[in-house]
Ligand binder design. Structure first.
Ligand code: SAM
Length: 405
């Protein structure tokens, strides 16, 4: 194996890997900007190399010890060793570099919404099972890293992990996968796949509001409830719901601030999930229509409309791209797509409908920039803000405002 000694890490790439430029580019896991390292090359595919640290000669001034005993093995917290303020700088710089490279306009990232909690912020985790253990899969593999707790999740979830592990140990059962969801209203959901006695499980977890085993709901209730800002939301098994309650509230408040006082008449909320954004902006527009492809989320959205006594919102079940052709006279569109961003059919329809304002909430800055390059033919990019929904990981959420030229 080729060895390179005494090398300085230049920066982190979009996935939190260190970069060394030396006859091309070398990506090095488990490093930070300014680390001085000896590495060995472990992969070389057409000049794109991957290196492994064999010696840290100097650690970066931004380095901190990980508080998680599993972080190295599990790999889910890509930047847990980076001081939190530097994590925010990294995310800001990453989005700024993409703006400079892809948009080629003089736009600066405006606000950074940080997370109030660096740890214990997640309201959801999925664990995998292996005989008598539960754990997380090691990055890019199906190798189980057995854990007793995860530093990213809410303490209520960690308490359930402990109970689940004790439960499994005392029985001859097999849990392949379990998802645990919780809310700030202290309601929990367990979604289990495996070979187990449903009745015994239910009796052992009577405090859990919703239990679903192998797609069968075995509790009286099917939904857990969350409160965000002044509204409440039912969440069911397959519905998307943002994982960081505090940052989500900040993000939604930002969207509300961008919409209120503008007298919009007709709004569209594309990729609307359980209807959170549609319902939160409903007091500030005459009417809103939300589009969502997952049936459970669409049904939750309708339930949430009723729960909050709202009557100026309608939801459509289906794909965004298949449902926009007939829309006209819309002055506000909010989009919050999955990582793939907007497809060309949706972008073309937005350019045909020409809403006065588009608010683009994105969980992938690369697809966001690709879409902005297309939309900027007709739209002024007014502001791009970032939001730290996922501390200790490389993920970054953005909120962008576009106004019709
Ligand atoms: C990032 S989530 C946003 C949900 C919601 N805005 C929120 O804040 O909770 C994206 C949502 O888009 C839905 N989705 C994915 N592809 C879709 C499509 N082609 N058309 C409509 N909805 C889609 C997903 O099921 C998910 O609920």
């Amino acid at each position: 194996m080729e060895r390179l000694l005494n090398k300085r890490i230049e920066k982190l790439d979009n996935f939190g890997r260190g970069i060394i430029r030396e006859q091309g580019i070398i990506f090095v896991d488990d490093t930070l900007k300014d680390d001085l390292v000896d590495i060995e090359i472990v992969k070389d595919k057409k000049g794109i190399k991957e290196g492994r640290v064999i010696n840290y000669l100097e650690r970066s001034p931004y380095y901190r010890e990980s508080i998680c005993p599993y972080s190295k093995e599990c790999g889910g917290c890509h930047i847990i060793n980076l001081l939190y303020q530097e994590q925010l700088n990294y995310k800001k710089n990453k989005v700024q570099e993409l703006i400079d490279k892809m948009l080629k306009e003089n736009i600066k990232v405006k606000d950074i919404i940080s997370s109030n909690e660096e740890f214990n912020y997640r309201n959801k985790i999925t664990l995998h099972g292996d005989n008598k253990s539960l754990g997380l899969y090691k990055k890019k593999t199906n190798d189980l890293v057995v854990i007793d707790e995860c530093k990213l999740v809410d303490d209520k979830i960690n308490a359930i992990i402990k109970r689940l592990k004790e439960y499994i140990l005392k029985r001859d059962i097999l849990i392949y996968e379990v998802t645990i969801k919780t809310t700030t209203l202290n309601e929990q959901m367990l979604i289990v796949r495996g070979r187990l006695d449903y009745e015994d499980f239910r009796k052992s977890f009577t405090d859990i509001k919703v239990i679903i085993i192998n797609d069968q709901v075995i509790t009286k209730d099917k939904y857990i409830k969350e409160r965000l800002l002044d509204k409440e939301f039912y969440i069911s098994n397959r519905s998307f719901f943002q994982v960081n309650e505090y940052t989500t509230k900040m993000l939604y408040q930002k969207v509300i601030d961008l919409v209120k006082d503008k007298n919009f008449k007709r709004g569209l909320d594309l990729y609307c999930g359980t209807g959170t954004i549609s319902l939160l902006i409903s007091p500030y527009v005459e009417e809103v229509q939300g589009i969502e492809v997952v049936e459970d989320a669409y049904l939750d959205a309708n339930r949430n409309k009723e729960l909050n006594g709202i009557d100026n919102v309608q939801f459509i079940l289906g794909k965004t791209e298949d449902n926009l052709d007939t829309f006209n006279d819309i002055d506000l569109v909010i989009v919050d797509p999955i990582r793939e961003g907007l497809d060309s059919k949706t972008r073309n329809n937005l350019k045909r409908i020409k809403p006065k304002q588009i608010v683009y909430v994105s969980c992938d800055p690369v697809t966001l920039m690709r879409d902005l390059v297309d939309l900027k033919e007709l739209y002024e990019i007014e502001e791009i803000n970032i939001c730290d929904m996922f501390p200790n990981t490389y993920h970054v959420e953005s909120v962008c405002v576009l106004t019709l030229r």
